[in-house]
Write a protein that binds this ligand. Sequence first.
Ligand code: GLY
Length: 381
Amino acid sequence: MTRTASRTGPQTTPEKITVDLGNRAYDIFVGQGLIENAATYVAPLLKRPRVTVVTDENVAQHHLDALQKSFADNNIISTPFILPPGEKTKSFEQLQHLLSALLDAGVERGDLVIALGGGVIGDLTGFAASVLRRGVDFAQIPTTLLAQVDSSVGGKTGINVPQGKNLIGAFHQPRLVLADTGALTTLPPRQFRAGYAEVVKYGLINDPSFFDWLEANLENTRSGDVTIITKAIVTSCDAKARIVAADEREGGVRALLNLGHTFGHALEAATGFSDRLIHGEGVAIGMTMAFELSVSLGLCSGQDAVRARRHLSNAGLPTRLSDIPGDLPGASALIDLMAQDKKVVDGTLTFILARGIGDTFITRDVAASDLLSFMTDQGTA
Ligand code: GLY
């Protein structure tokens, strides 16, 4: 999937979605020009005219000046912290480094910390904010499609450890999310495709008409049609906002958002959280595997699994283990990695399985022998 649209100039009226969490409710704005106009949205949240901005080297190149100019124009002092890009930044080492830097910079309990970047920056910054002085406010300015439709919304924050992804973290809701669709035009196509996997997820879990719409509009998405991409982001954020408001701490329905993630996280761990497989790609393969597993258990029609795979593949995403470059561990080793999943209860894995497109459910009833034979059939000896 490649896009040709260029960043458009002035801000148009953004769409607003509210995550209804009572006295911790917050708004997500989606639209063009939000970075250049960030101070308008951020200022009402400040106790003093001062913010810190955490970002990475790549995002800083494209967006930091515009964001800082917005603050400077509104007499708000902004202090940037620029971290290395990449999944490896979600580490204890970088967390410690960031927390020390925030303390050294005099960030107070009442201050606002801003995450400007993709899921890595959002997750790390949110976690740092959750523990700094026992919790400071933070805002998300997601600059990748994946962060705009998923990770910046809902308050899951954390870091990776060798045992697995996101195993150390906290629920800490942002005070505000600004999803500037203009930022997507500077996103490498591979990152855009990876984020698109999370968009498709909302159709697959419980919204078959959204999946139909995504199929019908794939060419428009590929060509960078801002109206279509904005609608896809708004529909995704709206779905996520409703699920998070109903089940903030994942006691039930929120687990549907993990479709494909048990497989995907294991594959990310197996590939060392490296460029061999980025998160959304792991989710694309994982969602396809969840549909295939559902077919093998007699729960879902083969046609629906083919349709899910075809759409992800037409979007340029990997859908098979053989699409991952290099060697993978065998079936048992991958299952061991899956067992590190946060959703393991009494040693039993939780799966999101499908009865069809837009009809998924949560289950712990997958027998170890069925899983082993399924994983072996996937080509992992
Ligand atoms: N990314 C899944 C969730 O936020 O629950």
